[in-house]
Design a protein around this ligand. Structure first.
Ligand SMILES: *[C@@H]1O[C@H](CO)[C@@H](O)[C@H](O)[C@H]1NC(C)=O
Ligand SMILES: *[C@@H]1O[C@H](CO)[C@@H](O)[C@H](O)[C@H]1NC(C)=O
Ligand SMILES: *[C@@H]1O[C@H](CO)[C@@H](O)[C@H](O)[C@H]1NC(C)=O
Ligand SMILES: *[C@@H]1O[C@H](CO)[C@@H](O)[C@H](O)[C@H]1NC(C)=O
Ligand SMILES: [Ca+2]
Ligand SMILES: [Ca+2]
Ligand SMILES: [Ca+2]
Length: 364
């Protein structure tokens, strides 16, 4: 029985393959379809360290609404504003939304670029976009997205629904709880009380939305206590002899390699120097401002942004990428004309050809 159905199946497959191979091929006429980022694109950084930041607030809004529906389905919200619990088909919303942005009568990327351009072209409003203007735009888009996720995380952790998170309310993620329970001497400091206290900018023992966002994303915080806490964490993780500061070996084994990966610092470490020891010593002596041969917490502050890339870092990376791709006349700026001619640098699209879906994401 199983064998005969396998035989029938194989025949069907062969028949279909034959049909396909004889089907007349369309001359290369790729069809382009705008795509939404997947839910995992929204919260994670890709392998190559690029975060995909939405360019168009309309698309970002559609993605968040879709993402919210999935989130509501997977988390029970105990109080009155819990969403409808009946199961909904997977494609609901998602297909609608992708169809919407691909309906050229309703969503025309040329019109969108014309509409968004003056909102980006702000300093100065001269008809050209600089890296800085695009970076600021990207940063605003991603900050709204991050804050939206923080808001939802807050609903989960805020057990008594007073709009604040107390330390006892906060439950660290499972992987962190496992690490905290181990009584090893280099216990991870993340999600512990010191991290919480650093995020509590007004010391009232509770985190509001802004403070909770800083707690979840310390590298993006403008609260100096959080940045100092990050610097202290860096020392604690690498301070093998437990003297509270880093000697050259402690700095060289690990910390320096992490800094080196950052583009900004890399440019000032001369490429011609082949040995890593030389640039490592150079950076060490630059950071060691009191020349005592050790790096203190305060002396690490200048490189905290390189150790923990912030959203601004990714926003700038994406702005530079867009300019490289779309700056046709190579003057280092983007005109509206250049953007209209290269819309898929800003709008992710999938190319379909001969029924093969060729995945093509501009921001990966
Ligand atoms: C979008 O609008 C422009 C200008 O009105 C028009 O020329 C173009 O054909 C439209 N694009 C699409 C894909 O419909
Ligand atoms: C924790 O400490 C206890 C007692 O000091 C010891 O028996 C145990 O092995 C330790 N556990 C870990 C994971 O190090
Ligand atoms: C955090 O702050 C509270 C007071 O708000 C204090 O009681 C507690 O000891 C602090 N914890 C740490 C680890 O600093
Ligand atoms: C949270 O509290 C801080 C400090 O009091 C304040 O600056 C911030 O605006 C507050 N955020 C919100 C969302 O209320
Ligand atoms: Ca507070
Ligand atoms: Ca020093
Ligand atoms: Ca240009």
């Amino acid at each position: 029985m199983a064998r005969s159905s396998l035989l029938v199946y194989s025949c069907v497959v062969i028949f279909v393959l034959l049909l396909l191979s004889f089907a007349p091929r369309q001359p290369n006429q790729p069809h382009r379809r705008l795509r939404l980022r997947s839910a995992s694109d929204l919260s994670t950084t890709s392998d190559r360290g690029r975060r995909s930041i939405p360019f168009d607030p309309i698309i970002a809004g559609i993605e968040l609404r879709r993402d919210d529906r999935e989130w509501e389905r997977s988390h029970y919200l105990p109080d009155g504003h819990a969403p409808a619990m009946e199961p909904q088909p997977e494609w609901e919303g998602y297909m609608d939304a992708e169809d919407y942005i691909n309906d050229e009568a309703r969503f025309n990327v040329t019109h969108r670029i014309v509409e968004l351009f003056p909102k980006i072209d702000l300093s100065p409003a001269d008809g050209l976009l600089t890296v800085d203007e695009l970076t600021e735009w990207n940063l605003r888009q991603v900050e709204q997205e991050v804050m939206h996720h923080t808001q939802r995380d807050m609903e989960l952790h805020d057990k008594n629904h007073d709009g604040f998170i107390s330390f006892t309310e906060y439950e660290p993620p499972i992987w962190a709880r496992r690490l905290h329970n181990e009584n090893s001497s280099d216990k991870m400091g993340w999600w512990q009380e010191e991290h919480f206290n650093a995020s509590d900018v007004d010391d009232d023992g509770l985190l509001n939305l802004t403070e909770f966002n800083d707690f979840l994303h310390p590298a993006d915080s403008s609260n100096p206590k959080v940045i100092h806490w990050l610097a202290k964490e860096e020392i604690r993780e690498r301070d093998k002899d437990k003297d509270g500061k880093l000697n050259f070996q402690e700095y060289f084994n690990g910390l320096f390699q992490s800094i080196r990966r950052s583009d900004d610092v890399h440019s000032f470490i001369l490429e011609s120097e082949t040995s890593t020891e030389v640039p490592a010593k150079k950076l060490f002596s630059q950071l060691d401002s009191d020349n005592d041969g050790y790096l203190s917490k305060d002396e690490l502050l200048p490189v905290i942004g390189d150790l923990h890339p912030s959203e601004r870092y990714y926003a700038k990376q994406q702005a530079e990428y867009a300019i490289t791709e779309a700056d046709t006349d190579k003057d280092g700026h983007l005109s509206m004309k250049e953007m209209i001619a290269n819309p898929y640098v800003f709008y992710s699209a999938v190319y379909t050809e001969d029924n093969h879906y060729d995945f093509h994401d501009e921001f990966r």
